[in-house]
Design a protein around this ligand. Structure first.
Ligand SMILES: C[S@@+](CC[C@H](N)C(=O)[O-])C[C@H]1O[C@@H](n2cnc3c(N)ncnc32)[C@H](O)[C@@H]1O
Length: 219
């Protein structure tokens, strides 16, 4: 199980194998399910230094990120050559740049006041980064802080958890439906990607499913 301090250390040590230098293809393929209006604000929880935030900005949207690691947040702005300002606020160091604000601190301290006009959320590597007890807390906290009408694009992995340990943790469709029972939930895609996952293939894992969901917190 990953403690918060472990994530901070991983960033310091450069052990960030999940990070990709290009936008996630499922974000590009399924962004329309978020039904974003022009200049809408998208929340990216546990954002790291994800290039998916750059993709959202390039599409004309505003982004609110939340990330524990200061190393990740400063790397994001520096690597993307975005001038930024920094201020301290309750529980967070807040990094502001054009159309993007990243709250550096613990996601579980975020409240609805931080989210402004957020109308959608993109989760890649957030829910599945958390062990089971924190996944329950994460889904509950999201429900509490996001506005009604908010849509979520959620990317998950599922594999036999008994065959290899996380993170990323295995989360199957039944768990998604149970965690987000107060949301309308539609699975958009699910396929076995074991041939592209050498770590899991070599560990003898039977399958690794990649799934994409669209969730809707109804009005
Ligand atoms: C697997 S990474 C995914 C990062 C990003 N979503 C991406 O797709 O590249 C999980 C991230 O969550 C951050 N994190 C873990 N627990 C957190 C918490 N309680 N609050 C804020 N960020 C957290 C970690 O520092 C790490 O950057």
């Amino acid at each position: 199980m990953k403690k918060m301090t472990d994530w901070i250390q991983r960033w310091k040590d450069g052990e960030t194998g999940w990070h990709k230098d290009t936008p996630n293809d499922k974000l590009v393929k399924f962004i329309d399910c978020l039904q974003l209006e022009r200049a809408a604000t998208v929340l990216v929880p546990l954002c790291g230094k994800s290039q998916d935030m750059v993709y959202l900005l390039e599409q004309g949207y505003k982004v609110i990120g939340v990330e524990l690691s200061e190393v990740a947040v400063t790397a994001f702005f520096q690597e993307n050559a975005m001038p930024y300002t920094v201020q301290e606020a309750n529980n967070f160091t807040v990094y502001n740049a054009r159309n993007i604000r990243i709250f550096c601190g613990d996601f579980f301290n975020l409240d609805s006041g931080h989210l402004g006009m957020t109308s959608a959320l993109y989760d890649r590597g957030a829910l599945i980064a958390l062990p089971e007890d924190l996944r329950v807390k994460y889904a509950q906290h999201l429900y509490d802080i996001i506005p009604s009408g908010c849509r979520i694009l959620l990317l998950t992995l599922n594999y036999p958890q008994s065959q290899i340990s996380g993170p990323p943790f295995a989360v199957d469709e039944a768990e998604v439906k149970s965690l987000f029972e107060w949301f309308e939930c539609q699975q958009l895609e699910c396929f076995n990607d074991i041939k592209n996952e050498p770590k899991y293939l070599h560990a003898g894992v039977d399958f690794i499913e990649r799934a994409t969901y669209c969730l809707h917190k109804e009005e």
